[in-house]
Design a protein around this ligand. Structure first.
Ligand code: SF4
Length: 414
C-alpha cells in the first residue's frame, strides 16, 4: 500500500460550496482544522478505467451524441463536420439544426430528425427565492426534474442521473419511485444545456454543477463520467472541474473510481447517521454499507484527489440529531479534511418500502436549537460544519423532494 497523505497536508483543495441545498452560510475557511493525524489505512483495490485520451471535437461528439456520430459515419462526412456540429450544439444551445448555416443543406436535413436535444422542456416552476425546477421529458416519455439555484455569485444546476432511484432512502421522494432507468450521458448533458438557456433569459450564466438530483450517480457512473467530460471539456461546455460535485449515498467502489477518473471533481458523501443501527432506519439494506467501509473509501478518495470531502447530514428530530450523535460524528471525522453540511429535512410523503423493511412512520425536521447545538459540538471538536438552508422547498425542488411526476405538473409551463 502507499502511504496516505495526512489530513494536515498543505495540498488539500477545497470544493466551491456545491451542496444541493446551498443558500446558507459558506464554510468559514477553505480548510478543516484537524486535531489529530490521519491514520494509515489499507488501500482498496478497485479496477479503474485507463486514463481517457485527450478529447477532440470528434471524440467528444461521439461521447455526447453517438446517434449523430453514427449518422455522419454512415454518410461519409469529413471529420471537421463533427466539430461544426458540436460547436452549434454548445454555442447555440437548443437552436434547431435548420439555423446551423455553416452546415450544408443536406447535412442539416439529415440532422433534423435526430434533434438538438434528447430532452423536451415540459414545464418550469419558479420559487420565491428564484430557484427554477424544470420538468424534462425523454424521448421514451420518462420525466425527470432538474433544479437551477441562483446565488449572488453563481448559478448551480442540480442534475438527475437516473429516472427514479433504486436505493429507496426513507426520507427521499425519489426513493419512493424505484428505478425506471438510467439516464444517458446525453440526457445529463442536455439538462445543463437546457438550464443554460433558462438562466440566460435573465442574464445569468451556469457556473456550478451538482449530481444531486434524482438517482444515485455512482450506480450510473460511466454515463456520469462521460457527461462530466462533455460538460468540462474546452470543446464542450467548458465548465470548471472544480465546480462539479458528485453526491452519493455511499458506493465505495464508485467513490474510488470517481477519484481516479475525475480527481478534480468534488465528492459529497450522504452519511446522515453516526452508527450503523441509525443508518439502517434511513437507507435500505440492499444498498447500505457499514459506515466504517464508507469512510475508508472516502479517505482513499482523498488520498487520490486531495479534495476536501463534503459530508451531507440531514437532521431528523429524535433520530440522528442528539449531542451524542454530534460527538460521534466528530470522532469519526476529526483529523480529516472535511466540511459537514447540516441539512434541514424537507417533508415528503411517507411510504411503505419494498422488501419488507419498515422505516419510522414519520420524520420531523430538527428544532433550530438542536441544529445550532449540533453544529457547535462539531466546531468545538475542530470539525468544520455549515448549516445549509434548502432552496426551492416551496415548489418541491429542495433536497429529497424531486419525483418527476408529470401528473403533478398540472400547470405546464409557467
Ligand atoms: Fe436515491 Fe439519493 Fe434519494 Fe437515496 S437520497 S433514494 S440515493 S436519490
Amino acid at each position: 500500500m502507499t502511504a496516505k497523505p495526512s489530513a494536515r497536508r498543505s495540498g488539500a483543495k477545497s470544493p466551491p460550496s456545491p451542496s444541493r441545498s446551498y443558500g446558507g452560510q459558506r464554510p468559514s475557511s477553505g480548510r478543516a482544522k484537524p486535531s489529530q493525524p490521519q491514520t494509515r489505512r489499507p488501500k482498496t483495490h478497485v479496477p479503474t478505467s485507463p486514463p481517457a485520451p485527450p478529447a477532440t471535437p470528434q471524440s467528444l461528439l461521439t461521447l455526447y451524441r453517438p446517434d449523430i456520430s453514427q449518422m455522419l459515419d454512415a454518410t461519409g462526412s469529413p471529420p471537421y463536420r463533427r466539430a461544426q456540429i458540436l460547436e452549434h450544439l454548445v454555442r447555440r444551445p437548443l437552436q434547431p439544426f435548420s439555423q446551423a448555416t455553416a452546415l450544408p443543406a443536406d447535412v442539416r436535413e439529415a440532422l433534423e430528425p435526430l434533434g438538438v436535444t434528447t430532452l423536451e422542456l415540459a414545464g418550469t416552476r419558479t420559487a420565491p427565492d428564484g430557484t427554477n425546477k424544470l420538468l424534462l421529458r425523454g424521448r421514451d416519455g420518462a420525466t425527470i426534474e432538474t433544479v437551477i439555484m441562483r446565488y449572488r455569485d453563481r448559478v448551480t444546476v442540480c442534475i438527475s442521473s437516473q429516472v427514479g432511484c433504486p436505493v429507496g432512502c426513507a426520507f427521499c421522494a425519489t426513493g419512493g419511485m424505484g428505478l425506471r432507468r438510467n439516464l444517458t450521458a446525453a440526457e445529463m448533458t442536455d439538462q445543463v444545456r437546457t438550464a443554460v438557456v433558462v438562466a440566460a433569459e435573465d442574464g445569468r450564466r451556469v457556473s456550478n454543477l451538482v449530481y444531486m438530483g434524482m438517482g444515485e450517480p455512482l450506480l450510473n457512473l460511466q454515463a456520469v463520467l462521460d457527461s462530466i467530460r462533455v460538460l468540462t471539456d474546452p470543446h464542450g461546455l467548458g465548465l470548471s472541474h472544480r465546480a462539479v460535485s458528485v453526491s452519493t449515498i455511499g458506493v465505495p467502489g464508485g467513490m474510488i473510481r470517481l477519484g481516479h477518473a475525475e480527481p478534480q471533481v468534488n465528492l459529497a458523501l450522504s452519511l446522515h447517521a453516526t452508527d450503523d443501527a441509525t443508518r439502517a432506519l434511513l437507507v435500505p439494506s440492499r444498498f447500505r454499507h457499514p459506515i466504517s467501509e464508507l469512510l475508508e473509501a472516502a479517505w482513499e478518495h482523498f488520498s487520490i484527489t486531495h479534495r476536501k470531502l463534503l459530508i451531507e447530514y440531514v437532521l431528523l428530530r429524535g433520530v440522528n440529531d442528539s449531542l451524542d450523535d454530534a460527538r460521534r460524528l466528530a470522532a469519526l471525522l476529526r483529523g480529516h479534511v472535511v466540511t459537514v453540511n447540516l441539512l434541514e429535512w424537507n417533508p415528503v410523503s411517507q411510504r411503505a418500502l419494498p422488501g419488507g423493511e419498515s422505516f419510522p412512520a414519520s420524520f420531523r425536521p430538527s428544532l433550530m436549537a438542536s441544529v445550532v447545538a449540533f453544529r457547535e459540538t462539531l466546531l468545538a471538536s475542530h470539525v468544520e460544519a455549515v448549516v445549509r438552508r434548502s432552496k426551492g422547498a416551496g415548489i418541491q425542488a429542495a433536497c429529497g423532494q424531486l419525483a418527476g411526476r408529470a401528473a403533478e405538473w398540472t400547470d405546464g409551463k409557467t
